[in-house]
Write a protein that binds this ligand. Structure first.
Ligand SMILES: NC(=O)c1ccc[n+]([C@@H]2O[C@H](COP(=O)([O-])OP(=O)(O)OC[C@H]3O[C@@H](n4cnc5c(N)ncnc54)[C@H](O)[C@@H]3O)[C@@H](O)[C@H]2O)c1
Ligand SMILES: *[C@@H]1O[C@H](CO)[C@@H](O)[C@H](O)[C@H]1NC(C)=O
Length: 195
């Protein structure tokens, strides 16, 4: 797939050891025009911004502080990325945590953050909203397909992402707006999420 010249937005890509950061590196390597990284951890975010700007050019990456549990935050961040690069083509809903104690937060970030991001993608890329269409890629997990007795709510959040993505992928509104939606389900990857 040729993604040269496209503009991407990704949530939870603020750590050098994370999956999101690896996605950003791939996108930049395949010569997208620009990437907006959204994360809640500014210290880590500034670190990845520094590395990526040095390696790929300072005009191709921006970092935006954003808590995906806040619709206002997320909406503002979409606007910032779109204004900065002039358009938006690819949205990756990737932010996620594994917190079984504060399980409400796990659902709010993993599942509701992904739903918020997918609906905002429709409004910011849909052809009936003045956009030219685009793609949404949600980070689910093997925990969205199989049982995870040690992480029950995390598993529920990821099953939710899979169910939501499969339904939205065949939703007429999204089709009419030329938005393709998909999810991928990684198995265990050595990242800071377990910390
Ligand atoms: N590591 C694995 O084994 C694995 C396997 C399958 C799926 N995943 C999924 O991959 C995604 C990325 O996780 P990772 O493993 O790279 O870990 P990670 O901790 O490096 O990435 C998660 C990122 O999300 C950010 N974040 C947390 N809360 C946020 C919020 N409220 N708003 C915005 N950003 C927030 C964190 O600061 C962090 O940078 C997650 O959705 C995770 O569930 C991970
Ligand atoms: C598509 O999803 C939207 C929510 O985004 C819903 O309101 C609508 O009814 C769905 N449309 C169809 C045709 O299924």
């Amino acid at each position: 797939m040729n993604i040269e010249g496209k503009v991407a937005l990704i949530t939870g890509a603020g750590h050098v050891m994370g999956i999101g950061y690896a996605i950003v590196r791939q996108l930049l390597g395949k010569r997208v025009k620009g990437v907006g990284i959204l994360d809640i951890n500014d210290e880590n975010g500034r670190e990845v911004l520094d590395i990526l700007q040095n390696e790929f050019g300072e005009h191709r990456v921006i970092y935006v502080n954003c808590d995906v549990t806040s619709k206002t935050d997320l909406e503002g961040a979409f606007e910032k990325v779109k204004t900065h690069f002039g358009k938006l083509d690819i949205v990756c809903n990737n932010a996620g945590i594994q917190n079984e104690v504060n399980w409400e937060l796990t659902l709010n970030i993993n599942l509701m953050g992904t739903i918020r991001g997918t609906y905002l993608a429709l409004e910011h890329m849909g052809v009936n909203y003045g956009g030219s269409g685009g793609i949404v890629i949600n980070t689910a997990s093997i925990a969205g397909i199989m049982t995870t007795s040690h992480l029950p709510v995390y598993g529920a959040s990821k099953h939710g992402i899979v169910a939501f993505t499969r339904s939205i992928a065949s939703n007429r509104t999204f089709k009419e707006n030329k938005i393709r939606v998909s999810a991928f389900c990684p198995a265990k990857v050595d990242t800071p999420i377990q910390d």
